[in-house]
Design a protein around this ligand. Sequence first.
Ligand code: OGA
Ligand code: MN
Length: 205
Amino acid sequence: MSLPSDHPVLTPIANDLASQGWSHQCLILPADLTGALADECRARGAAGALAPASIGRGDGQQVREGVRGDRIQWLEPGQSAASDAYLTLMDELRQLLNRELYLGLEDFECHFACYPPGAFYQKHLDRFRDDDRRAVSVVAYLNADWQPEQGGELRLYLAQGERDVLPEGGSLVVFLSADVPHEVLPASRERLSLTGWFRRRGGPL
Ligand code: OGA
Ligand code: MN
């Protein structure tokens, strides 16, 4: 499950972010890592560890299934070999983006997400009104053999128009959190992902 230390597939992400504000990379995660992360997400779900996701933060937090219907659990270092391998890869991406784009990204927060069939997440921006630390969003998909007719697309509202991305296992979508409104469309099967954010220094405004 180890990844090459200078993961060459990460380089195009920096170039895409600089030129167009988003990047989609297929099959970026090794198959064994994707499978182990999917198993872990399902095991956390079976153990009752995934909780209904909320919107907003702090006192303004609320669960609203009409807005988002996924169940989540945050990742912490040391929970499993697979989640540690993913966090290591994300730290390489963080350092690459800082080197190439001078983004000043300080840390990474990330959660497993499971959308049951029919669940969705309405159009939104990944930035809280009272906290502008989230700078770059990263979603890794964990779904083997996803078929287009199963839905579950991530729809990105870009300056160039709308783009739909299928949640295919091993693929990664990266975008600038403040610039790209997006939504998750309902799927006919369970949809698993790891969603995370690189954050800049700073605090609540
Ligand atoms: C989110 C989100 C996208 C996806 O959790 O904020 O937009 O494709 N997720 O799961
Ligand atoms: Mn989002």
